[in-house]
Design a protein around this ligand. Structure first.
Ligand SMILES: Nc1ncnc2c1ncn2[C@@H]1O[C@H](COP(=O)(O)OP(=O)(O)O)[C@@H](O)[C@H]1O
Ligand SMILES: [Mg+2]
Length: 546
């Protein structure tokens, strides 16, 4: 799977290549900082954000032989060098601890802050980046100091446990734990790694300010989701405030979000009784690795709850895009029909459907009604999407692992999948994995004209004793793409304009509909290969000689 980087040939640099280098120095940076520095440099090189030169590695350095090239570049005026490799899809892999910069005529391991300060970007962008990266380091350090995930092999953990234990986070994005606005206490209380359980907060919202897409009447729906007892308790808290469900809608809120939103807009909404606080209630939840999607800790088979958070992680704001919430059930139903009516996909792909959604809309629903002054601050900030739990989908003997478990290395120095490779043979296992993972995604793309964002966090592997069986997919509401002329079953496509008039006028490329199959190809290639299987391939190269 090795391909030379097209970028490598295209780039040039005036920096001279390093000649010889010291063996890795111990103790310069700690592991969290080294990891962030490595991912930052890998991204800068791979994305072509800096020009670099590379040459076969000079003898004498102590890094693993797989890192077979020396790289040299400049950040601003500062010369930087490192040891690395070009792996499949041109991904650049830098040996951790090998990144040095020259300061006062001496080559030294480059600390994060100095590297970022050397970057040739405007001051504001530099500060933002530094804040995100520093927070990522801080949360990684906290994890290492307070949790034991990195100390013992995680093989054999349940799906729910793995969603916490896979503390590594995004393997490519440098600010993989930016979680803007999260203090260390918030990280402990609401981050996936610590697996702290908490109850959701509940609001009764003026029904004119809520859009819903529920599969049945709200009262029946919530009574079934929460259980009669919890729903009755919430109803009592509502009537105690002189209100009723006749003109109110129920909405869960992440407890962190309620605090984060505290400000003029939220206070005004409480004062004007647009929002009535009902307090915490119901089952306990804990964060999945996506942070904003929560797993039910009391009933693993109960739905996963996705809630907007006013934070930024891996460069994306994590509140909801208002037009992509209430469409979720229709999109899931559509994909469910496509898969359900296709014998090839039916046995291979499991969809974790987003079957219910609701969104607080700061302005009343009347056409053209303006939002109260300042209320736009709450746009996309309060809402919910309910998603089926993977636990309900398992056939007898099947187990589920988050797909990114396949690329991590355990405390014993061997891959998470080591025993599976031993048991089945590397070649047979990889062939089976590709069949189980790629064929459904490929079929969806070329047969049905639909691309799914298949990055590792959205995929779940169903297996028996490590032997891949089926692929489960989650998270359809934001990034599913299709090209109208290439749909195999256009009659199944939902009329999204009926759910939200936005989709009647939205141009190609701004909604789910793309103008060109190139967009679908790009989504597929990036998420299935470049930022997914490329990591598996690099792991197999390092640990299985494959
Ligand atoms: N390999 C990965 N690829 C993409 N996102 C990842 C990966 N590993 C961890 N993540 C994290 O997952 C989150 C994305 O999840 P999100 O789309 O918000 O929720 P969900 O998939 O539950 O609907 C981001 O915060 C991102 O940092
Ligand atoms: Mg996702």
């Amino acid at each position: 799977m090795k391909a030379p980087s097209p970028r490598l040939a295209a780039l040039d640099s005036t920096t001279s290549l390093p000649s010889g280098r010291a063996t890795p120095r111990e103790g310069a940076l700690d592991e969290p900082e080294r990891r962030v520095v490595r991912q930052l440099v890998e991204a800068l090189l791979f994305e072509g954000l800096v020009s670099f030169r590379s040459a076969p590695r000079a003898p004498g350095s102590g890094f693993a032989a797989i890192y077979d090239r020396d790289f040299a570049f400049r950040l601003g005026q500062v010369p930087v060098r490192c040891v690395g490799a070009v792996s499949s899809f041109g991904r650049i892999r830098v040996a951790e601890g090998s990144i040095e910069h020259r300061a006062h005529g001496v080559w030294r391991e480059a600390p994060l802050r100095q590297l970022v300060e050397s970057l040739d970007v405007d001051a504001e962008a530099r500060q933002r980046l530094l804040t995100e990266l520093t927070q990522t380091v801080a949360l990684c350090r906290w994890n290492r100091a307070h949790l034991a995930h990195h100390l013992r092999p995680r093989r054999g953990l349940s799906f729910q446990e793995l969603e916490s234990a896979l503390h590594e986070g995004h393997p490519y994005h440098p600010s993989f734990k930016a979680r803007a606005g999260f203090s260390l206490e918030d990280h402990r209380d609401y981050g996936p790694e610590a697996a702290t359980c908490f109850q959701l907060q509940w609001l009764a919202v003026d029904a004119r300010r809520v859009r819903t897409a529920l599969p049945e009447a709200p009262e029946r729906f919530w009574a079934r989701e929460l259980g009669e007892r919890v729903y009755a308790e919430l109803t009592t808290r509502l009537t105690d405030q002189g209100a009723s469900w006749d003109d109110r809608a129920l909405l869960p809120v992440h407890p962190w979000q309620l605090r984060a939103l505290d400000g003029p807009a939220l206070r005004q909404a409480f004062t004007e009784r647009v929002l009535l606080p009902l307090g915490p209630a119901g089952d306990r939840y804990r964060a999945s690795q996506s942070l904003r999607t929560l797993l039910n800790a009391d009933r693993p088979e109960a739905s996963h709850v996705k809630l907007p958070l006013a934070t930024v992680c891996t460069s994306s704001p994590r509140h909801f895009r208002a037009h992509f919430v209430c469409t979720a059930p229709a999109v899931s139903e559509w994909l469910g029909a496509v898969v359900g009516e296709d014998p090839f996909l039916r046995d291979r792909a499991v969809l974790l459907r987003e079957y219910a959604a609701a969104l607080f809309t700061p302005s009343p629903r009347a056409q053209g009604a303006a939002a109260p002054h300042g209320a736009e601050a709450l746009e996309g900030m309060l809402g919910v999407i309910l998603r089926e739990s993977v636990v309900t989908k398992l056939a007898p003997g099947e187990e589920a692992v988050p797909f990114n478990a396949l690329t991590v290395v355990e405390a014993d120095g061997r891959p998470f999948i080591a025993e599976w490779l031993d048991a089945h043979g590397v070649e047979a296992w990889v062939a089976r994995l590709l069949e189980v993972m790629l064929l459904p995604l490929w079929h969806l793309l070329v047969h049905h004209g639909i691309a799914f964002e298949a990055h590792p966090q959205n995929l779940i592997l169903l297996h028996r004793g490590g032997w891949p069986e089926r692929l489960a997919l989650r998270d359809f509401h934001d990034d599913t793409e299709y090209v109208a002329d290439f749909l195999r079953r256009p009659e199944l496509l939902p009329d999204l304009g009926r759910i939200d008039p936005y989709f009647d006028t939205v141009p190609d490329d701004d909604g789910y509909r793309m103008a060109s199959t190139d967009d679908l190809r790009e989504l597929f290639t990036d998420t299935a290969y470049v930022f997914n299987l490329a990591d598996l391939s690099f792991l197999l190269e390092r640990h299985a000689g494959f």
